[in-house]
Design a protein around this ligand. Structure first.
Ligand SMILES: Cc1ncc(COP(=O)(O)O)c(C=O)c1O
Length: 457
């Protein structure tokens, strides 16, 4: 059959509503033109994030009832630990309430002032955690990753030459670990090849530098490897994931993505010394090592979700939904990052709105236009999110100005995507009328979440 179907049927529904255009305008103004500050019920299609927004399966709801809420050594913890060990084969597993808690523990225990942490592209929370303790978060994405029109298969790859140069120039002592993010969320949700992960590991090994995988979308990345990399077509997604983790010394994970859970995360590692430091910090910040920041029922849900994310049919459907929107945009020559990522379509705001100067935030212009046009909530990944300043405090534009339409897992159906395509096409047809924005308030860290804007008339 040509038609790829959702590999599930719907047992429970949640109403969504499109409020009037006037209300959308009024509420956006009240939210200081920052969609993070809107109430969820005023958004019709909410694509702000794929993080923690998925629908649970019947198996997960059933598992929830098995939650053992004992403080220490619960049955749910045993399952959680066993599942993560099965996938990662790592010696130590530490549950955290979400990904950034794992990143925080990693940064606070391993990064010193002026240390350098290379990554293909740091996610905003990863960068913030490294910088918070005085480290430098350095991105080393491969060349194709910056070319948003090239149809290369693994645009999330790390630039090995840059990595090697960085190690030679700064010395391995300045680099307590190197990270690689799979898939590369900030660079368009693009995958990293097994060959690249292997090469990164080979390079680091020469200098004794550990590799930490930011594994949030490890199952989506495994699917891309299965489909695109020679030698992996006959392997299961679990086998591919196991090989990925075999090259890592540690991993941080937000189970809100490929854990198919609404909350949760973990930190895993092989080194006994690291584990002692992590555990001490975990107890201080999150909770006892057998529950971390989670309830027993969450541990159960994640144990099921991690394995469901590795189900091949689920990944076929998931990728088909993202590609479906991509094809519609391509037909209308609407600029977006190609090929589409694993969890999202990234519109190219710079090409969409060439009249808006970079520091008047074309991404925010586009995000707000999508909300006003059709109640669609998206997110800017550009000069606001990655706000960079030179040594004199002058703001610098981001390399890419993207708007991410992130797809919650197992939530929206094909007609929702048809509607979404229609909204984007409408905004595209009126693009000359969209204005830029200026920032009127911003906090010190992670400014995009809470900053205020006003339109430049
Ligand atoms: C690549 C990546 N790393 C880390 C995180 C942080 O995870 P969390 O939101 O659970 O703290 C995210 C969240 O979106 C992410 O996409």
């Amino acid at each position: 059959m040509r038609t790829i179907i959702e590999p599930f049927r719907i047992k429970m529904t949640e109403p969504i509503k499109l409020i009037s255009r006037g209300s959308r305008k009024r509420l956006l103004k009240k939210a200081h033109y920052n969609v993070f500050l809107l109430d969820a019920e005023s958004c019709c299609i909410d694509l702000l994030t794929d993080s923690g927004t998925g629908a649970m399966s019947t198996e997960q709801w059933a598992a929830l009832m098995l939650g053992d809420e004992s403080y220490a050594g619960s049955k749910s913890w045993k399952k959680f630990e066993a599942t993560i060990k099965k996938i990662t084969n790592m010696k130590h597993v530490l549950p955290t309430h979400q990904g950034r808690a794992a990143e925080g523990i990693l940064a606070q225990t391993r990064v010193k002032k002026d240390d350098i942490i290379p990554n293909n592209s740091h996610f905003d929370t990863t960068r913030a955690n490294v910088e918070f303790v005085g480290g430098q978060a350095v991105d080393m994405l491969c060349g194709e990753g910056f070319d948003i029109r090239t149809e290369a298969p693994f645009k999330g790859n790390m630039n090995i030459n840059k990595l090697e140069k960085c190690i030679r120039e700064n010395g391995p002592d300045k680099i307590p670990f190197c990270m690689i993010t799979i898939t590369n969320n900030t660079g368009g949700g693009q995958p990293v090849s097994m060959e690249n992960i292997r090469s990164v590991k080979r390079t680091l090994k020469k200098y004794g530098i550990p590799l930490v995988i930011d594994a949030c979308r490890f199952a989506e990345n495994a699917y891309f490897i299965h489909e695109r990399e020679e030698g992996y077509g006959d392997k299961s997604l679990l086998q591919i994931a196991q090989e990925i983790f075999s090259y890592a010394d540690a991993a941080t994970m937000s189970c809100k993505k490929d854990g198919l859970a609404n909350i949760g995360g973990f930190l895993a590692c092989n080194d006994d010394g690291w584990a002692v430091d992590f555990r001490n910090m975990l107890i201080l910040r999150e909770g006892f090592p057998t529950y971390g920041g989670l309830a027993g029922r969450d541990l159960e849900i994640i144990s099921v979700g991690l394995m469901e994310a590795l189900d091949y049919d689920y990944q076929v459907y998931r990728h088909a939904t993202v590609e479906y929107l991509g094809k519609k945009l391509k037909r209308n020559n609407i600029p977006f990052v190609q090929p589409v990522g694993g969890h999202a379509v990234f519109l190219d705001a710079r090409a969409f709105l060439p009249n808006i100067p970079e520091l008047q935030y074309p991404g925010i212009g586009l995000v707000n236009a999508l909300y006003i046009e059709g109640g669609v909530r998206s997110v800017e990944l550009g000069s606001v999110m990655f706000g960079k300043f030179d040594d004199n405090g002058k703001e610098m534009p981001s390399t890419l100005e993207l708007v991410r339409l992130a797809f919650p897992r197992r939530v929206y159906t094909q007609s929702h995507f048809d509607y979404l395509a229609e909204v984007i096409e409408k905004v595209w047809s009126k693009r000359d009328r969209i204005s830029g924005y200026r920032i009127t308030y911003q906090p010190k860290f992670l400014r995009h979440f809470t900053c205020h804007f006003e339109p430049i008339q």
